[in-house]
Design a protein around this ligand. Sequence first.
Ligand code: KG4
Length: 333
Amino acid sequence: MLVLGVESSCDETSVAIVRDGKEVLSNVINSQIKIHEKFGGVVPEVASRHHVYQISMVFEEAFKIANVKPEEIDLVAVTEGPGLIGSLLVGVNAAKTFSMIYNKPLIAVHHLAGHIYANAIEHEMKFPCIALLVSGGNTELIYMKEHFSFEIIGETLDDAVGEAYDKVARVVGLPYPGGPYVDKLAHEGNDTYHLPRVYLEDGSYNFSFSGLKSSVINLAHNLKQRGEEVNVQNLCASFQDSVTEVLVNKTLALAKERNVNNIIVAGGVSANKGLKERFNKEGVGFNISIPSIKYCTDNAAMIATAAYYQYQKDKTLADLKLNADANLELESK
Ligand code: KG4
């Protein structure tokens, strides 16, 4: 089954062609990072406009690289939400147009299901499993008893992990998006600042990162006021240690509580080397799956792959009335 995937939920315009949820024939990603860098974050209106400029070219390139003709596509998959509404609409309309012109079935995919199924491209997903989803907009712990069954056990009460990374990066003068820069510098420093580890008093599997973020900001300001230098490497290492310790401990605790051996990590922050290292160290005995970096951040191959499994489970198709939904909930199919 040849699935065409379309993803435009934030600042990446991406189109992919994937065979049977595994063989990625093309995965073209046009990133707008350079455009938004100067604003220190994604500007929704600018992102939406840029998707409009890029989408046709990205479609063309995806077909060229895959060496596939539009007529050969079996299913068109598009991110319905959540995300920035103006950005989502561009992908949804492009996918609907393609589906109408070539008379191909259309399927709507949840962006977070896409991130989770990025794992299925290179590894076999085994069930039951716990998915830790960490991105710029989401931090969730999800129990999956089978394909396309999502029970959300914990989520962030305030900032998403990626968001916290990006804000901390900004405080220490690193470019946007800051996650990869903080990760790199963290490996050049040590946890000398001993920032708080936030475990909620209610004992739940929810997360909170805004207090940690404020600690970093206050520390940086206090040092500056005293005329002392911030050791950026050590601050990044301290922040990363605090974040990864909480993420890994909570994930492993949930896996133990539910007697689950399979863990998957997904979303942009799953590209984090510190997180990977900690999972490998602390998670001995668990079957831990993390996608390759190219499938961690937003891309359309993960949407095509998710659609392949979604369609196996539930043949519900979308029609030309499909609309983007900026706040779409993750539902089991
Ligand atoms: O999944 P994604 O591409 O977009 C969303 O759907 O949110 O994630 C982007 C987020 C950004 O906040 C970025 O800073 C973060 O993922 N990120 C990282 C790393 N690479 C990307 N955070 C920490 N360490 C990394 N290596």
